[in-house]
Design a protein around this ligand. Structure first.
Ligand code: PLP
Length: 362
């Protein structure tokens, strides 16, 4: 069976380095907000090209902390793509703000910039872009809209560690960005983790305080904060894996290119990119009319797949009030999308087999 994502194999490559860094943490006697976190934050900020990186507990918290950091509250509206992973939307609701759903572009699966402006009201405070499946959103028009209406741009970069738009990495394209280090992401911890990147000094300081019980220094609390921190052990592991991220992303790009050049089946709609550097192929999603049949066929041929995502947020029980929304592009994507195996540890013969099997589908 070709696994959808072999996490053990991914991490196995760094076993010795990871073990030795974990041992350092164990020996240090310091497990929260210490040197490992500081070093990783510096290295990740440098990688992204951002002034600040603030570690936190997970990707959802990263987005939540950004919204809290900006001080958005009850009644404020934040524009967000309708086909995102639900975490982007939960972060908005969690703060009492109103998520305003915008349809994606069927070519890129990212938010359709031409549909944003009609959704802006006097309550709109920000646009949250999501670099879905690992492809950087084309920011030009969105930046112009944000500027014209005085809106903040929040990036959900949870799937886009290393994607580049016009020479600038995701995480440095807006006012602040949230990353996830969930084990399955392109840069994944051995547990939960996340961070915020920003160039804004004030915001960085505020977010750092909110994430640590609202405390700017010990036992001095200026915000009603939360506890959301990146463990020393996870930071140490991430710091090891960060060194290999570019290499891993390039292997994903190579596999994606092979898929796109060699899968030739009229029943399959392949993903496209406007620039090979813009995509880090966190997910290689194709579209097919009879998804269930296609998925069973692949399963019978020993290829594991996944669906990102089977049900859009507006059809989830959590957002019952949205169930009658008319979002045909979002629904079409959710009905047809299916993700082929994609990871830096796929072997050439596995990649070839996937192509062969997909081409044999009818
Ligand atoms: C994974 C993910 C998140 C949430 O990250 P967690 O670390 O799991 O909380 C948010 N947004 C998107 C697009 C994601 O893929």
């Amino acid at each position: 069976m070709i696994k959808f994502l072999d996490l053990k194999k991914i991490n196995e490559r760094y076993r010795e380095e990871i073990n030795s860094r974990i041992k350092n943490v164990l020996d240090s006697g310091w497990y929260i907000l210490g040197n490992e976190c500081k070093v990783f934050e510096e290295n990740f900020a440098k990688f992204i090209g951002a002034k600040h990186c603030i570690g936190c507990a997970n990707g959802l918290d990263a987005l939540n902390l950004i919204i809290r950091g900006f001080g958005f509250k009850q009644g404020d509206e934040i524009i967000v793509p309708a086909n995102t992973y639900i975490a982007s939307i939960l972060a908005i609701s969690e703060n009492g703000c109103t998520p305003v759903l915008v349809e994606p572009d069927i070519e890129t699966y990212n938010i359709n910039p031409d549909l944003i402006e009609e959704k802006i009201t006097d309550k709109t405070k920000a646009i949250m872009v999501v670099h879905l499946y690992g492809q950087a959103v084309q920011m030009q028009k969105i930046k112009e809209i944000a500027k014209r209406h005085n809106l903040k741009i929040i990036e959900d970069s949870a799937q886009a560690h290393g994607s580049i738009y016009n020479g600038v990495k995701c995480g440095s394209l807006g006012d602040a960005s949230g990353f996830s280090f969930y084990p399955g992401k392109n840069l994944g911890a051995l547990g939960d983790g996340g961070c915020i990147t920003t160039d804004d000094d004030e915001l960085a300081k505020k977010i750092r305080a909110i994430a640590n019980y609202g405390s700017d220094y010990k036992y001095h609390h200026i915000y009603k904060g939360i506890n959301s921190r990146l463990d020393e052990i996870q930071a140490a592991i991430l710091d090891v894996k960060l060194k290999y991220l570019e290499k891993d992303n390039n292997r994903r790009r190579e596999i994606s290119k092979y898929f796109r050049e060699n899968i030739k089946n009229p029943a399959i709609v392949l993903p496209k990119t406007y620039d090979e550097l813009a995509h880090v192929w966190h997910i290689f999603a194709v579209r097919v009319q009879d998804r269930c049949k296609f998925q069973n066929y692949l399963e019978e041929n020993e290829i594991q797949t996944n669906i990102h995502y089977p049900t859009p947020p507006h059809k989830q029980g959590a957002y019952k009030e949205w169930r009658n929304f008319n979002l045909p592009v979002t629904e079409k994507i959710h009905n047809e999308i299916i993700s082929l195996p994609m990871s830096p540890v796929l072997e050439d013969n596995e990649v070839e087999k996937i192509v062969e099997v997909v081409n044999g589908y009818n």
